[in-house]
Write a protein that binds this ligand. Structure first.
Ligand code: ATP
Length: 211
């Protein structure tokens, strides 16, 4: 279980949020909502240990996130940022890349298992042999999500997973996230998509403090 307790972050003299508390039990999907600039992405970065809280704490399964535990914590977290800068030229390389990282040691890549994830996300198998630049934004988003699904980490943080998708495909992505949740994953998604937010188990409003 992921727990955020009494969290506050101020950047450049502006308080983004304060006293923010919520839990994400194993198997739950939580949607972070809030106006642009309210600090949703910053909160995801805090969970990754890349941005310190000014007050409060973050814990996973009762273990506190600290500067010294952050690296160990990240081994259990998949993070899909809003803006994907993908270093691979080919989709096949992009899909294999996470499995070559030290942090994912012990996780074996399987194209067959990946294709099973792709079917759930309605990605055509032929895309696997294309260049990344040939994929649409929504195809790229879903392909990256499928690799996270295959990695099977216990926490998934995903920023705007449906921003490039039509209503049908957004619903597909929500269903997909729920299949990951059923496997025990705790999911925190940032979204401005009201239908997506409604489909999650819980919505947390990250509220900006007005000057
Ligand atoms: N490293 C940083 N240095 C300076 N300012 C930052 C930094 N990170 C975030 N900010 C500022 O903090 C505020 C919150 O940013 P954040 O990206 O968390 O918002 P958000 O709620 O995710 O917004 P959006 O919905 O537009 O994606 C913004 O004003 C942003 O400019």
């Amino acid at each position: 279980m992921l727990e955020i307790k009494n969290a506050s972050i101020t950047i450049g003299g502006r308080q983004l949020f304060a006293g923010l508390s919520f839990t994400v039990p194993d198997g739950q999907t939580v949607c972070l909502t809030g106006s642009s600039g309210s600090g949703k992405t910053t909160l995801l970065r805090a969970i990754l240990g890349f941005h310190p809280l000014d007050e409060g704490h973050i814990s996973i399964d009762g273990e506190l996130l600290t500067p010294s535990s952050a690296e160990e914590f990240r081994k259990h977290i998949s993070y899909i940022p809003q803006e994907l800068t993908l270093p691979s030229e080919w989709v096949s390389d992009m899909m294999r890349l996470p499995f070559t990282l030290k942090v994912n040691r012990g996780k074996a890549f399987s194209k067959d298992l990946l294709m099973a994830e792709w079917r759930k996300l309605e990605l055509q198998p032929a895309l696997y042999d294309k260049k990344v630049a040939e994929l649409s934004g929504g195809e790229r988003q879903r392909a990256v999500l499928s690799a996270s699904g295959l990695l099977g980490k216990s926490i998934l943080l995903v920023d705007e997973p449906t921003s490039a998708l039509d209503a049908h495909t957004s619903a597909l992505v929500l269903d997909y996230l729920k299949t990951l949740a059923v496997r025990g994953c705790s999911i925190v998604a940032v979204s401005h998509d009201a239908d997506f937010a409604q489909g999650c188990d819980k919505c947390i409003s990250v509220s900006a403090t007005l000057p």
